[in-house]
Design a protein around this ligand. Sequence first.
Ligand SMILES: [Fe+2]
Ligand SMILES: [Fe+2]
Length: 171
Amino acid sequence: MAEKMSDPRELFLHELGDLLYAEKLLVKTLPKLAQEATDDELRSGFEEHAEQTKQHVANLEEAFKAIGEPAKAEKCPGIEGIKKEHDEFVSQESPTPDILNGFLTGAAARTEHYEIAAYEGAITMAKAMGESEAAGFLEQNLKQEQETLQKVNTIAKRLAQEAAKQVKASV
Ligand SMILES: [Fe+2]
Ligand SMILES: [Fe+2]
């Protein structure tokens, strides 16, 4: 068994590494989701957030630098799980474009909530340890995740309303 982790700073480093892994995976995944989306607002939202996500990686690397540690990614099964859920849904359900757009907004909202929770936790730890410079970089990312979640929620509402109209029309 591995040696027991007892230093809170190591936990903080783990959380930063977990976020770095997640953001790097998202840099690769978001452009693919943009290609899958047939709703213009959803597609451009994924494209815009893919660009922001490159900056999230850079900000995390700056946060590591600010605390004098090498940037090291830690495998994050949480974000991989959200991706796996997407991959299985697409292969098992063969959704129509409209259904896929609806599914993608749900996957996007889950991802943003996951990131928001992780950044909030890491910021709390950074501040408690007096690492205000690192906290500042993490707060930049948190703000964009929160703004993205709001946009996703607005799109999800519109798509759900459009879908509900279709259901009514076909009754
Ligand atoms: Fe992010
Ligand atoms: Fe995000």
